[in-house]
Design a binder for this molecule. Structure first.
Ligand code: CFM
Length: 539
């Protein structure tokens, strides 16, 4: 099989029934840059077709596991059968560091109503109320979050009325999420639902002001493998005051105070762009897209902050930090390049990392053959400029769209009209914009949305990349084919990979993974018996 990019699409879909093949073909694109700066359209954020093995997770996972879960002192209770709570318990490597030994930290606990047949038949609201009371007596949290799983929606339990009643009874903040697993086409719906509830129930409750000059929030950074710790330290050294992070290494109080910041930094656009937009409308806080994955992108992101605040002292501190960090980065980078230059990578992860991590591979001299998101939307692929052309389908309409209005007391313009115009005229700043993954990929590189297991195996067989990046569900299948697989969700117990320190960790690990000899000693099935492979695929 020759690696012909023009026939690859047919190759990947020809095994499917015609109708399925046509649909999948709309989600597979060969990247190119048109003269007007645009890229080809990709179909994304649509239902996975039944029968296809997807990488995706559910709406509950996106809400409870991703956006709210990393906060250490919002007590999360899963209303549902015990499996939903159990399998979302400590499976994501969001780390946290309470300020003192006695500060509340509920991350190690798994709280669930353990719904049984009794509740499915007669309703589970009573059991949920009892669970909230019990949790309150045990932990005395400031806030409790109630998460709906699939059966909750099916039987019609109202978590919101329970939340209201419990808030009244206990005198603490209690809020619910209609994040039933089936509610959207992927975990992306759960992000949106979580964003809405944070906006309605948490952000803006505490008006305590801060005297520091450069106040920011970091949105969409979940401290996987300690990434957030590295970024926090960089901010500290630059003299940037972090009010809140949504939601890695965070606490509830800081989130209630987030509206006092003067800039929102958006790390993962997919999971949290709604909060950034709503805070801009309600409180007047502008936002910037940042990426602290990759040494070059870390420097670029820090310089963006300097440019936004436009302060000579801040800019000087940022340059000092960059100058202090880069020599060590360059040493390791130059070393690994001697072994990694020209090697190839594929990345199929989530809704932002398939883009962010390309920077690190390119810094190592490696080439990207193919990349894709599990649940990204067209704006994550093509850039936010396509937002007006995205048609809202029934699945997206299912999720509440909040119309945020200026808060009469708290709205405050952060920048004058002239200053905003100056910032908007700096293209690298991407003020309130995200250019997306495809414009930053090369012509002829493959982009595949919601890749299936079958397509993954065909890609590996055809291209035999030096490394494949995905998650735990894919890892061992890929490695059985003799190709190293780096988990970009959990980092395979490694990390941090953010900032300069993280870049060095990543260069070293990938260098080891792509140059280790073990893989060449494991023959892939198509090497020992190509006919049997093909016959199995055709069955
Ligand atoms: Fe954002 Fe994430 Fe991601 Fe995501 Fe995720 Fe994650 Fe991810 Mo796994 S919030 S979209 S829902 S960067 S858990 S920390 S690694 S799929 S690419």
């Amino acid at each position: 099989m020759k690696n012909d990019i023009t026939t690859i699409k047919e190759e990947l879909v020809k095994i499917y029934p015609a109708k399925v093949g046509r649909k999948r073909a709309e989600q597979i694109v060969i990247n190119q840059h048109f003269p007007d700066g645009s890229v080809p359209e990709i179909k994304a954020n649509v239902r996975t077709l039944p029968g296809i093995i997807t990488q995706r997770g559910c709406t509950y996972a996106g809400c409870k596991g991703v956006v709210i879960g990393p906060s250490r002192d919002i007590l999360s209770i899963t209303h549902g059968p015990v499996g939903c709570g159990f399998y979302s318990w400590l499976t994501r490597r969001n780390q946290t560091r309470p300020p003192t030994e006695t500060s509340p930290n509920f991350i190690n606990y798994c709280l669930t109503t353990d719904m049984q047949e009794q509740q499915i038949v007669f309703g589970g609201e009573k059991k949920l109320k009892a669970a909230v009371r019990e949790a309150f007596q045990l932990f005395h949290p400031k806030a409790i979050a109630l998460f709906s799983t699939c059966p909750v929606g099916l039987i019609g339990d109202d978590v919101h009325s329970v939340a209201r009643a419990m808030k009244e009874e206990l005198g603490i903040n209690v809020f619910g999420f209609s994040c039933e697993g089936y509610r959207g086409v992927s975990q992306s719906a759960g992000h949106h639902i979580a964003n809405n509830a944070l906006f309605k129930n948490v952000i803006g409750l505490d008006d305590t002001s801060h005297k520091e000059k450069f106040k920011i929030n970091l949105l969409g950074e979940y401290n996987i493998g300690g990434d957030g710790f590295v970024i926090d330290e960089l901010f500290r050294r630059c003299g940037i005051k972090q009010i809140a992070t949504f939601s890695g290494n965070s606490d509830y109080q800081s989130m209630t105070n987030a509206h006092t910041a003067d800039l929102n930094l958006v790390m993962c656009h997919r999971s949290i762009n709604y909060v950034a937009e709503m805070m801009e409308k309600k409180f007047g806080i502008p936002w910037l897209k940042v990426n602290f994955i990759g040494a070059e992108s870390t420097s670029k992101s820090l310089r963006k902050i300097g440019e936004y605040f436009d302060d000579a002292e801040l800019k000087a501190r940022i340059e000092k930090v960059i100058a202090e960090e880069m020599p060590a980065v360059e040493d390791v980078r130059n070393d690994v390049r001697t072994r990694c230059e020209g090697k190839t990578a594929m990345l199929f992860v989530g809704g932002s990392r398939a883009h962010h991590y390309q920077v690190l591979f390119k810094e190592m001299g490696m080439k990207i053959i193919a990349a894709g998101y599990e649940f990204g939307h067209r704006d994550d692929y093509e850039g936010r400029n396509v937002l007006p052309t995205i048609k809202t389908d029934a699945d997206s309409r299912n999720i509440e769209q909040i119309e945020a209005l200026p808060d009469p007391k708290r709205y405050r313009l952060r920048k004058s009209a002239e200053e905003t115009a100056r910032l908007a005229a700096i293209p690298e700043l991407e003020l309130e914009d995200y250019v997306g993954m495809m414009p930053e990929m090369g012509d002829g590189e493959l982009v595949i949305d919601d890749i299936s297991e079958y397509e993954t195996e065909r890609l590996l067989e055809i291209y035999k990349p030096s490394i494949f990046c995905a998650g735990i569900k894919e890892k061992f299948g890929v490695q059985k084919m003799g190709i190293p697989c780096k988990q970009l969700h959990s980092y395979d117990y490694g990390g941090p990979y953010a900032g300069y320190e993280g870049a060095i960790n990543f260069y070293r690990e990938i260098d080891r993974m792509v140059n280790i000899k073990a893989w060449s000693l494991v023959p892939a099935p198509w090497q020992t018996s190509p006919q049997a492979m093909r016959a199995a695929a055709a069955d």
